[in-house]
Design a protein around this ligand. Structure first.
Ligand SMILES: *[C@@H]1O[C@H](CO)[C@@H](O)[C@H](O)[C@H]1NC(C)=O
Ligand SMILES: *[C@@H]1O[C@H](CO)[C@@H](O)[C@H](O)[C@H]1NC(C)=O
Ligand SMILES: *[C@@H]1O[C@H](CO)[C@@H](O)[C@H](O)[C@H]1NC(C)=O
Ligand SMILES: *[C@@H]1O[C@H](CO)[C@@H](O)[C@H](O)[C@H]1NC(C)=O
Ligand SMILES: *[C@@H]1O[C@H](CO)[C@@H](O)[C@H](O)[C@H]1NC(C)=O
Length: 193
């Protein structure tokens, strides 16, 4: 993805947030699946109710063998007669990222989870991996209201080993009306790398 487009999107968000109230985001479902149980065992993948408007995400998986070559494919979908690709469809080398922090989009997501997950060191990854009580979600780009799905496929040695998919609802109603007009979904092509 073009860094300039990304930086532009972030500046836009900061501008909106500083003149409006924080938008509302609630995770509504989490689904994890292992495609290769001799490498990845999913023990736990659930939302916990935090308050009426907030949930926290909890994931607990074991990597049975060490993973030395990890890629992450993430894709955002928006609901409109079923879930359709929206905004991001993006793959990066996670081991390289943990060494060099060279992916601006991954960096934003990683900053949100680094203190509440085991994803805090360079490869290899082995044994129990967790995301605990994750609830501080900051959306890095301006989004129209709607139901979304963040699909994340985890590839080891180039093959998908497991998936972590999180559904969420986003409501931008709290933002000033003037800014809503400029934010229709037509302005958001899917950004691929
Ligand atoms: C499944 O996991 C094992 C390691 O436990 C690995 O050797 C094998 O290549 C994996 N299969 C696929 C299709 O990735
Ligand atoms: C992760 O899940 C496994 C299997 O359910 C459980 O034995 C283990 O205690 C869990 N670990 C944590 C820290 O929650
Ligand atoms: C995570 O921890 C670092 C270092 O302790 C701190 O600077 C940062 O603000 C924390 N991030 C979050 C999202 O809590
Ligand atoms: C990574 O996270 C684990 C578990 O939360 C923690 O014990 C460890 O100290 C952290 N390591 C680094 C380098 O922050
Ligand atoms: C990771 O595995 C894939 C598929 O086997 C391979 O194409 C790629 O070069 C590997 N990456 C590294 C850094 O070894």
């Amino acid at each position: 993805m073009d860094h300039k487009v990304f930086i532009f999107a972030v500046s836009l968000l900061v501008a909106y947030l500083s003149c409006g109230e924080a938008p509302y985001l609630k995770m509504t479902n989490a689904v994890c699946k292992s495609y290769n149980k001799s490498w990845v065992v999913v023990h736990y993948c659930r939302l916990k109710a935090y308050s009426r408007a907030k949930t926290s995400l909890n994931i607990n998986v074991t990597f049975v063998e060490p993973a030395r070559n990890i890629s992450v494919h993430f894709k955002t979908m928006k609901k409109a007669n079923g879930y359709k690709p929206f905004l991001f469809d993006y793959t990066f080398d996670a081991c390289e990222f943990m060494r060099r922090r060279n992916q601006p989009v991954a960096k934003i997501i990683w900053y949100m989870i680094r203190n509440v997950s085991t994803i805090n060191h360079t490869c290899p990854y082995e044994g129990l991996q967790m995301l605990s009580d994750f609830h501080k979600v900051d959306i890095p780009v301006p989004l129209p209201s709607g139901d979304y799905l963040l699909m994340v496929d985890w590839l080891f040695d180039g093959k998908t080993q497991f998936a972590t998919n999180v559904y969420f609802t986003f409501i931008e109603d709290l933002l000033p009306t003037s800014s809503k007009h400029r934010r229709g979904s037509k302005e958001f092509p899917v950004l691929r790398n």
